[in-house]
Design a protein around this ligand. Structure first.
Ligand code: HXC
Length: 298
């Protein structure tokens, strides 16, 4: 991201301490960079310490400030508690960005229970565990907090061929709306962003293996393109910023109008694929999953 494309003044987020789940890569890294550039102390978590250290080093070298990487699998509530303990030792968080996700395209009839759980344990359960842990601590200390979840436009119309992700993210949309009301009285805000296509390595490998699926949407988008990272970062910085204090309970799409034009999902791109193409895509996805696992074990 060209950080010069940020809309906000330097220092906007000074004094903020923000945890970005999945902040080592992809959209999480981009938002973390923007928060850092705007003065926040940034904590990033993910499953690969090597990747987190790399990102933290690169970002602080470019912009100064503080980025701390925490190896933490958000499927594990005890690991979350240990991470948040270690953050809290130096003071409370002021913000949490629920960005970590897992996803792959599949015909639903090809999924096993394990396949469903691989996604929903991260997206649906893991995100709730982090939100609950941070929220409880803020309530106990009578502190406000700012929560932002990265969803998709599928929360409004479903996600054929990505059903575990669509179900999980729709659940998080309900969490956003519910806690905005229930915890509003504690001074906590809950909002979400529903991005259209912002291609990342993690996404392309699993949602568009071999070029089918997710990334084939550009020409169908009303604006003829996918999103630019600084556009997402600007919206995230706005929602995490001090001037947005009365924005609460909202899920805001940033997709160039793709949702209105074609529903924003993968139905059109994937509906006509046959067994052979699905098997080939599955093999590519499983190859990516295996490579990621090997990377995590190093
Ligand atoms: C069917 C599959 C499959 C496939 C795996 N499985 N790939 N089933 N089709 N293509 C099944 C396996 O057979 C196994 O079930 C189960 O899923 C778990 O497989 P693992 O290889 O052990 O997977 P695991 O490594 O635990 O998790 C997979 C993962 C992971 C969740 C995708 O790789 C991950 O954490 N990815 C993070 C990065 C990521 O996905 N980024 C994309 C996010 S994009 P059995 O029954 O055989 O044991 C996004 C939103 C995009 O979220 C929005 C766009 C608009």
């Amino acid at each position: 991201m060209d950080i010069g494309q940020l809309m906000f003044r330097e220092g906007l987020l000074t004094g903020e301490r923000i945890l970005v789940t999945g902040g080592g890569t992809g959209l999480g890294r981009e938002m973390s960079e923007a928060f850092l550039k705007l003065g926040a102390e940034v904590h990033i978590c993910g499953r690969r310490q090597n990747r987190l250290d790399e990102t933290a080093g690169e970002l602080t070298q470019a912009h100064g400030g503080t980025v701390i990487g925490h190896a933490c699998d958000i499927r594990d509530p005890e690991a979350i508690a240990a991470m948040v303990d270690s953050i809290w030792e130096h003071g409370p968080l002021t913000g949490l960005v629920n960005n970590a996700a897992g996803n792959f395209v599949s015909r639903t009839e090809d999924l096993s229970v394990n396949g469903f759980n691989a996604i929903s344990d991260i997206v649906f359960r893991g995100t709730f565990y982090v939100t609950l842990d941070v929220g409880k601590r803020l309530i106990a200390q009578n502190l406000p907090g700012n929560f932002l979840s990265i969803l998709t436009t599928w929360v409004w119309n479903g996600g054929p061929f990505v059903v575990p992700s669509a179900m999980s993210k729709a659940g998080l949309n309900a969490m956003t709306q519910s806690l905005a009301v229930e915890w509003g009285r504690y001074g906590m805000r809950f909002n979400a962003i529903a991005p259209g296509l912002f291609p990342t390595d993690g996404m392309s490998a699993r949602l568009s293996p071999g070029g089918r699926g997710g990334n084939s949407h550009d020409e169908m988008n009303p604006m003829g393109r996918h999103g630019e990272m600084h556009e997402l970062a600007n919206l995230a910085a706005f929602l995490m910023g001090p001037g947005a204090g009365w924005v609460n309970g909202q899920t805001i799409a940033i997709d160039g109008g793709g949702f209105q034009a074609h529903g924003g999902n993968f139905y059109g791109a994937l509906k006509d694929l046959g067994d052979e193409e699905w098997n080939a895509m599955r093999q590519m996805i499983e190859g990516t999953n295996a490579a990621d696992k090997a990377d995590r074990s190093t």
